[in-house]
Design a protein around this ligand. Sequence first.
Ligand code: NAD
Ligand code: TYD
Length: 352
Amino acid sequence: MQKRNILITGGAGFIGSHVVRLFVNKYPNYNIYNLDKLTYAGNLKNIKDIENAPNYTFLKADIVDANQINNLFEKHQFTDVIHLAAESHVDRSITNPIDFVMTNVVGTVNLLNAAKNLWKNNLSENIFYHVSTDEVYGSLHDGGFFLETTAYDPQSPYSASKASSDHFVRAYHNTYNLRVVLSNCSNNYGPNQFPEKLVPLFINNIRNNKPLPVYGKGENVRDWLYVVDHARAIDDVFHKGRIGETYNIGGFNEWTNIDLIKVICKAMDKKLDRIDGESEKLITYVTDRAGHDLRYAIDAHKIMKELGWEPSLQFEEGIEKTINWYISNEAWMNEVTSGSYQNYYDALYAKR
Ligand code: NAD
Ligand code: TYD
C-alpha cells in the first residue's frame, strides 16, 4: 500500500470523526493528520478511541489562518487532503453569515493554495477531496432528484458558502490542474452529532421532557443517511473516484420532518419505558426557518454503479443504533450541552 500523509480537516466534528476513525483503523500504513480548530462543534472526545494510534496526529489549527496552514503543509508534507472542516448549521448561518464565508469559503481557498504550492512539482498523485452537501442544489418542489449535473441554486447562507467553496475547488482543477474530487451528501444522522441538528436535539429534548420545536408544519423533506455509510462512501470516493468528478451520496431515504420525529418519539418511548404516545405530546409547532428549503433528495446511482458503494444500514436499524448511542452516552450529551449551549438554544428558540 502506498505511504501517504493524509490531512483530514474537521476530524473532531460529527462526520469528520467517523472518517478519521475509519482511515486510522483501516489504513495503518497511512499517516492521518486531523486538523481542527475545535469550535463549539469540535470535540476530541469524539475520537478518543483512536487518539493513541501510532498513525494518528492531531493538529489544532484554523483553516482561515493562511500562514498557519502553509506552515503545516510544509512541515508535514501532506500528500492528500480530505476536507470536511466547515461551519455546518443552517440556523447559525442565518444569524451570522460571515463566519460561514470565512471558514467555508476563505478557509477552503487557503487549503487549495497550500496544496497547490506544495504539490506544484508533483501533480500526478496527490488528491484534494472536498466534502460538500446536497444543499448546494437548492430546494426540490416538483418531485425529481438532485443529480451531479443539477444546476447549483443555494438558498441559505450556509449552502451559498458551500456552493462557493465547491466552485473554487473545481476552478483549481480547471485552472491549475489540481487533482480534485468532490462529493455532495444528503443529511447525516448517527452518534456524535452536535445537538443543534434535528435528530440529536430531539432525542435530547425528549430525554429531558422539553418541547420539540417543529419548524412550520413539519412538512419539509430530508433524505437521511447513517453517518458511517457516509464515511464508507468517502473512503470509496477517495480511493476509486475519478479525478475532477463529483459524486452524490444519499440513502434513497426520504422523510417529512414530522414523520421522522414521530419515529424518534415512538422509539424513545420504548427505550425510556414511557407509555406509547407520551413523547409525541412534546411536539410544538414553531415559527418556520427563514427561507426553509422544502425538499432535498439525492440520486446516488453514479456512486453506486461506478464505485460499488451502497448504504449498509436500513433506516430503522440506523435510528435504533443512534438512539441507543445517545442514551448510553449521557455524559457526552451533558458535556456538550453545558456552557454556551444554553445561551445558543435560548437565543434561537425563544424568538420562535
Ligand atoms: P460539524 O459542524 O459537526 O463539524 C465541523 C468541524 O469543523 C468541527 O470539528 C469544527 O471544530 C471544525 N471547524 C470549523 N471551523 C473550522 C476552522 N475555521 N478551522 C478548522 N476547523 C474548523 O460538521 P459535520 O456535520 O460533521 O459536517 C462536516 C462536513 O460535511 C461539512 O463540510 C459539511 O458541509 C458536510 N456535510 C454535512 C452533512 C450533515 O448532514 N451534517 C451532510 C452533507 C455534507
Ligand atoms: P437540520 O438538522 O438543521 O438540517 P438541515 O437544515 O441542514 O437539513 O434540520 C433538518 C430539518 O429539521 C430541517 O427541515 C429543519 C428542521 N428542524 C426543525 O423542525 N426543528 C429544529 O429544531 C431543527 C434544528 C430543525
